[in-house]
Ligand binder design. Sequence first.
Ligand code: A3P
Length: 318
Amino acid sequence: CGDYGRMSEEEMEEVLKTLPMEKIPEGFDLYFYEGRWYPSIFFHGIISFQQHFKAQDADLILITFPKSGTTWLKALAFTIENRKNYPFSESPLLTTNPHDLILFLEDEIYGKNPILKLEDLPSPRVLATHMPHSALPTSMKESNCRVVYMCRNPLDVFISFRHFAITLSNTPFDPSLIEECFDMFCRGVSIYGPFWDHVLEYWKASRERPDKVLFLKYEDMKEDPISHCKVLAKFMGLPFSVEEESQGVIEEVLKLCSFDNLKDLEVNKNEKNRNGHPYSMFFRKGEVGDWANFLTPSMLERMNKLMEEKFAGSGLNF
Ligand code: A3P
């Protein structure tokens, strides 16, 4: 990929012109780069992150395919990490959106308008990205840093992104676009897609290095939050003590990070992020299976066939 990370904006624009491009109807440009579809707005940050990030062994990186529960995972990881630093009633989560507590590497750190220098973050650093495993900076694969990956049923991911795109672009919901967008998703053309490559790469990595890559499913977290919160804390090297368990600390963590609690906080209800988008766009329904309200039986059949084919033999299913 050359030395794109050191390119000027103008040079980057020239590179983008050489890449295959598809447009999501609401106006997002996706560029096909090294086998994956990246949003043009993050392209600079993606390349710069790939080129310059030096992972540290103590780093914890939260990774998701967009709309798979990133906000929830960030809230949980932040709360687990800081549970001894603040009483729950004084948690920064009560006044700050989870995305401002754990930053995206390709956006707020390496993007066009960074808000923080990595050097200013204390160790252990907790960071986030949507990058596919195969595109991670070499230092991440070589270091002992830990990765938590959360995935979600592709049908809910698809529907969640439809609504997100509409809010971001300030356009009304247009059901007639669903079919076209669904076709794009099934062709692999989706933000950081193809979906199946993203999930499978982390699934394999989690099986090869289970001590370094934790693989979680949104649906499992919903079904049995207590067990999965314990698994997450243990993986982070911060297991709940017997005393904490008996004091109901896990329940407190889950309550603070719950969809119902976060969505009703003033910051998430009425405030906007630095790009002028409402934080409420990260809290829609928070349910499993909402796709059934939007997709036809033939779409379901197409997705099921596709997932069976792509995940065959992997031991993973949705
Ligand atoms: P829906 O659009 O299906 O409601 P991401 O955080 O990766 O952008 O994913 C957003 C999805 O996670 C949205 O799904 C959102 O409602 C849901 N979500 C946000 N916070 C959540 C929480 N605390 N618990 C469960 N789901 C949450």
